[in-house]
Design a protein around this ligand. Structure first.
Ligand SMILES: C[S@@+](CC[C@H](N)C(=O)[O-])C[C@H]1O[C@@H](n2cnc3c(N)ncnc32)[C@H](O)[C@@H]1O
Length: 251
């Protein structure tokens, strides 16, 4: 069965989903206490938006995803010290086999909402060396729910083609609070970090980014979407992105 992330979607991901910016990666590494001798696990790695920038900071990243096309996109990046594994959240306990290096960090970027959240956080915590951390990373709200006038134009265009767009991929405050409580109930010390970045984007980039989020059927209407958004061509479009990290640490 075709997953939500196969084929064209994975191709759009590789080109139009940003890596965690370098300065934010540095902050994440410092806050998590990731050591150069640690292994990091990136669950739901996609085409490597966290795995690739993290790899230079540790011994290796084990990048796990159930979608082969996503992993193919990550492999095509030839990122050093990134090992691609076809698997999902249910495979985490298998990693409890002793590695040559300890696991210092498990990252889950924009993906936890696809999993059994409590079971995944519990399994991730069980993998960590003492002092290691889980980083649940979200970038939100999604571009089409942002507050800028051009983002409202994008939202209107999507709604005129596909109906109401409501899903926020659990990038909202109630989801964060719920996850924080789950982490606490698992005996993990939890803190929240937020970072802002402003990205200048073009209409082509916006369309590609939307392509990475649309289903196969919706993608057949890309030409109509492009026509509706044509008024944005040539405008200086700035996307303000908030990165939120729930850092849950094993004592
Ligand atoms: C929105 S993408 C996020 C990609 C990347 N981590 C990022 O930060 O942009 C979600 C990813 O989670 C993967 N995924 C979906 N269900 C999963 C599961 N049960 N276990 C692990 N990964 C899963 C998808 O295949 C997809 O690559």
């Amino acid at each position: 069965m075709r997953s939500d992330f196969a084929g064209t979607t994975a191709q759009y991901y590789a080109e139009f989903r940003r890596d965690l910016p370098a300065d934010q990666t540095d902050r994440l590494v410092a806050a998590a206490g990731l050591r150069a001798t640690d292994v990091a696990v990136d669950l739901g790695c996609g085409t490597g938006q966290l795995a690739a920038p993290l790899a230079p900071h540790c011994a290796a990243v084990v990048a796990i995803d159930p979608e082969p096309d996503m992993l193919a996109g990550l492999r095509a990046r030839h990122a050093e010290r990134v090992v691609c594994v076809l698997g999902d959240d249910s495979d985490l306990p298998v990693l409890a086999i002793p590695f040559a290096a300890p696991i210092g960090l498990v990252t889950i970027g924009n993906a936890l909402h696809w999993m059994d959240e409590r079971a995944t956080l519990g399994a991730a915590a069980a993998l960590l060396r003492p002092g290691g951390a889980i980083a649940v990373v979200t970038q939100g709200p999604p571009l089409w729910l942002g507050p800028a006038p051009w983002q409202r134009t994008v939202r209107s265009a999507l709604e005129s083609l596909y109906g109401p767009v409501t899903g926020n991929c659990r990038t909202d405050r109630p989801a964060l609070d719920e996850r924080r409580e789950t982490a606490a109930s698992l005996g993990l010390g939890a803190e929240v970090l937020t970072w802002q970045a402003a990205h200048h984007v073009t209409l082509d980039w916006v369309l590609g980014h939307l392509g990475s989020a649309l289903g196969a059927e919706q993608l057949t209407r890309m030409d109509e979407l492009r026509d509706l958004l044509r008024p944005l061509a040539g405008e200086d479009l700035v996307e303000e992105v908030t990165t939120t990290v729930l850092l849950a640490r094993r004592s």
